[in-house]
Design a protein around this ligand. Structure first.
Ligand code: SD4
Length: 323
């Protein structure tokens, strides 16, 4: 993971990078799974998928699989864009956004949550134990504590060091595919044919305190419709919110588009509605109810992990709008 990031920093969008990665992973950019399947964003999707697969392969529920899956990067201090180890906002505070959605359309979400290791599990409790969908900031923290979650410091020494380095110039210029776009979004189909999804992030590094991205917003960072399919997003949340990206992907699948084509059209929509699209990254992954899956990104460099009975937890590079 770190190696990949370092490499990306050095040669972010170079053709050299593209050639090497494409050569290393000669996998299809979309496919169809027979049986349960789980798909998630970026390299950290691989260990996350493995945890989800432990649930799915035992005929577990997709909802339990996605929660177990995304908890892996949430707890990994080396993943600097999700949970523990996430880069802080410009005030040095690690604020977390997460949501979860099940096959019945139930959903829960937290935004701007501090000090709690597993925001996705708090989101699930919001879904299951409250009449609400979304809790934010202090209210979300109070709710989490009332449910027995423990308060802890999520700012690792490495993240604190990076933040202090950033403070020297305090220049806000998120780097594509490097430190700012590695939200984990995960969607899964279980053996019973039901879909669920989860999405969790520390959001953009050095964002304004209080900024909320797409990741905890149902319809933007994640959407599940058990009649059709599920989708999740990564990248600059402001662009995804504007286009209600994940809902759009699911609606395009409802209209008959394949998952990959639905993701492509959602990216195309962003290029029309977000004039600065050349400077940002967006990636979508989608899973159809029938087991078909796909992905598409705005810029090269977005990859996703697939685990199914026929795909052994493999990373695939998504095709992109910009070459
Ligand atoms: C956000 N979508 O907060 C997230 C960014 C991201 O890793 O993907 N971060 O806008």
């Amino acid at each position: 993971m770190k190696k990949r990031r370092d490499f990306l920093r050095l040669s972010a969008l170079s053709s050299l990078f593209l050639t090497r990665v494409a050569g290393a992973r000669a996998a299809p950019v979309s496919g169809k799974a027979a049986g349960p399947v789980v798909i998630s964003t970026w390299d950290h999707g691989v260990p996350a998928n493995a945890a989800a697969w432990a649930v799915l392969s035992q005929n577990g529920r997709a909802l339990d699989a996605v929660e177990a899956g995304v908890k892996v990067p949430e707890a990994d201090p080396k993943v600097n864009s999700v949970g523990y180890g996430g880069l802080p906002d410009r005030d040095g505070r690690v604020t977390l956004d997460a949501c979860i959605m099940d096959e019945r359309g139930n959903c829960g979400s937290v935004a701007g949550l501090e000090h709690i290791l597993h925001p996705v599990s708090v989101a699930r409790r919001v879904m299951e134990d409250t009449p609400h969908v979304m809790l934010v900031g202090e209210g979300a923290l109070a709710f989490a504590l009332s449910k027995g979650f423990k308060k802890q410091n999520l700012l690792t020494p490495a993240a604190e060091k990076a933040w202090k380095e950033w403070l020297k110039t305090a220049r806000y210029a998120p780097k594509i595919n490097a430190e700012n776009h590695d939200t984990i979004g995960m969607v899964a189909l279980d053996a019973a044919g039901n879909l669920s999804g989860a999405c969790t992030t520390s959001g953009l590094a050095y964002k304004m305190h209080g900024r909320v991205g797409d990741s905890p917003i149902i319809g933007a960072g994640l959407y599940v419709d058990n009649e059709v399919g599920a989708a999740t997003a990564t990248g600059l949340g402001e662009a995804v919110i504007r286009t209600v990206g994940s809902f759009l992907v699911v609606e395009l699948m409802r209209q008959g588009k394949t998952p990959k084509e639905a993701c492509r059209q959602a990216v195309e929509r962003i290029t029309k509605k977000f004039p600065a699209y050349r400077d940002i990254q967006i990636g979508f992954v989608a899973l159809h109810k029938n087991g078909q899956y796909g992905a598409y990104a705005l810029q090269p460099g977005f990859n996703y992990a697939v685990y199914s009975p026929t795909v052994p937890n493999q990373l695939t590079d998504a095709e992109s709008w910009l070459k």
